[in-house]
Design a protein around this ligand. Structure first.
Ligand SMILES: [Zn+2]
Length: 289
């Protein structure tokens, strides 16, 4: 099984449109493994992580970071994804055990999992210390439409988006990815129309990624030179950062917690990792031998 995904980017149609094709199958499988996701949760989180990877591909460097929260009141709860300019992506949703009946067309009910009574919020930090926050009302909770609305209202950039995640009968991801077509500023009406027509062809993008691969999908839009980068599921948490969290408790409260619970555990929601500290380890942190 592949360990990393990829994003391919280029300019098409006389350099009028920025095109990106992503294969995020490996990221979705890593998320399924870490969070024990049900199929509908894997689809919701997978689409959100694919969207996040695309947004992160525009960040200027590894110090820049971005987070997205889909808070739509759906059965899966909030969906939170984050990443950086080196395309390390992580994410979770509040209720990873959520099960929903399939939609009438047989697809997983991502809209029901995410919900549409709320907002998509994007926080982008380019390292300057002044993060940009953008937000827009969710339209369907299906992620792709919501992202298009976000680009239009918050960034004034019409962007056609197709996202898909296919889960096999064994619960693993067979294919996941997306296509993004973003006309450059000043694009003609004809280009905007062509973008809409093109994106309509990718209602089953997960199957295309699984069968043809991202390269062939890109070449089918325009056979041109492209730039490829790796994308991976990787969290920023570490034992050292957890130690810092224990230290902020202060010695007295930390030891009080241990007296009541037997240990201190610091849990990272993004990758579902628990860092446990025994009494001995805690005392050592506070400088006692
Ligand atoms: Zn983590």
């Amino acid at each position: 099984m592949q360990k990393t995904g990829k994003i391919l980017k280029t300019l098409v149609w006389g350099n009028a449109v920025s095109l990106a094709v992503l294969n995020t199958t490996a990221l979705v499988n890593e998320a399924i493994k870490r969070h024990s996701l049900t199929p509908v949760c894997a689809a919701a989180l997978g689409r959100a992580m694919t969207a996040c990877a695309y947004l992160c591909s525009w960040l200027k460097d590894g110090e820049s970071s971005l987070s997205m929260t889909f808070d739509g009141g759906g059965a899966g709860g909030k969906v939170c994804v984050a990443g950086d300019g080196e395309l390390n992506i992580r994410g979770f949703l509040e209720n990873p055990n959520c099960v929903l009946p399939p939609r009438a067309d047989g697809k997983l009910d991502v809209g029901g999992c995410v919900g549409k009574n709320g907002y998509l919020t994007v926080i982008r930090d380019d390292g300057s210390g002044l993060p940009f926050t953008g937000s827009c009302a969710l339209l369907t909770g299906e992620i792709a439409e919501d992202l298009s609305a976000y680009f239009l209202t918050s960034e004034q950039r019409p962007t056609a988006v197709a996202l898909g995640v296919r889960i096999g009968t064994d619960g693993t991801c067979i294919g996941a990815g997306g296509v993004f077509l973003q006309p450059l500023p000043g694009a003609s009406e004809e280009i905007l129309r062509r973008t809409e027509e093109e994106i309509a062809k990718y209602s089953s993008i997960s199957a295309l990624i699984a069968v043809k691969g991202a390269e062939e999908v890109l070449r089918s839009i325009e056979n041109t030179h492209y730039e490829g980068r790796e994308v991976r599921f990787r969290c920023r948490c570490s034992r050292e950062k957890s130690e810092a969290a224990v230290l902020t408790l202060g010695r007295e409260d930390a030891l009080d917690l241990i007296a009541r619970q037997g240990k201190i555990s610091v849990h990272c929601h993004y990758c579902n990792t628990e860092y446990a500290f025994t009494e001995e380890e805690t005392k050592k942190l506070f400088g006692e031998e």
